[in-house]
Design a protein. Structure first.
Length: 228
């Protein structure tokens, strides 16, 4: 399934004219409960979160659910550029929306994913703001962060331990498509798979070490309600 996004010149991603891309690991959705996959979600290095429609019995008809438009754009502002797009390298987590079940907004899937890359030389030096998203797939695409409600992390001390707390701002799903959390520490990113279990979403963040003799860095174990 080709999204048509990205390019390669002279078969070399190192060529300055190339704008190479690639999909993350996919998350599979069986919407009918019949053991047959109906939809696939995957992010790419250009900050696009794609939904693929596999509901047809003819594989030749399988394609991006919203044509050349992804379900959502992960960028540090509403307008995406080559300099502010947030790469998605881990597999999204999926859950049925807890409150939105209308057939007019099917498939009513919440897609949870983080951004960040730790694959290539110099990735550890990137200070681009990275984010964790929860996006409602209501049957339409092209979601940007202006369609989402921001939740905010703060750092506190509890019983001698440094902990984070997260706002629980109520999302208006009449006008909004979900929420996002900007990761507050410089170079912090999400490069491992999230998990949605019950009403909770688990994800780990990574902060690469700045020392060549360091053990790899640090990170946070994050736990949030699905906020939907």
């Amino acid at each position: 399934l080709d999204t048509g996004v990205g390019s390669i010149v002279n078969n070399n991603c190192g060529d300055s004219s190339s704008d190479c891309n690639g999909l993350s690991s996919p998350a599979l959705a069986d919407l009918q409960g019949d053991g047959i996959i109906d939809r696939i979600y995957a992010g790419d290095l250009h900050g696009n979160l794609w939904a693929f429609n596999l509901s047809s019995t003819n594989p030749a008809s399988w394609a991006s659910a919203y044509g050349s438009t992804p379900l959502a754009h992960a960028c540090t502002s509403a307008t995406c550029t080559a300099g502010n797009r947030q790469p998605i390298t881990s597999r999204p987590a999926l859950a049925r929306h807890k409150t939105q079940r209308s057939s007019t907004t099917a498939p009513n899937i919440m897609v949870f994913f983080g951004t960040g890359q730790y694959l290539a030389v110099n990735d550890s030096d990137s200070t681009l703001q990275q984010t964790f998203y929860g996006v409602w797939d209501d049957g339409s695409g092209d979601v940007t962060r202006t369609d989402l409600l921001q939740q905010t992390l703060s750092t506190d001390t509890s019983n001698g331990q440094t902990v984070r707390t997260l706002t629980d701002n109520s999302v208006d799903y009449g006008t909004q498509r979900g929420w996002y959390i900007n990761l507050p520490t410089s170079k912090e990113r999400v490069v491992t798979n999230a998990a949605a279990i019950g009403d909770l979403v688990f994800f780990n963040t990574m902060i690469p070490s700045t020392s060549v003799c360091g053990y790899g860095g640090s990170g946070w174990l994050m736990l949030a309600t699905q906020l939907n």
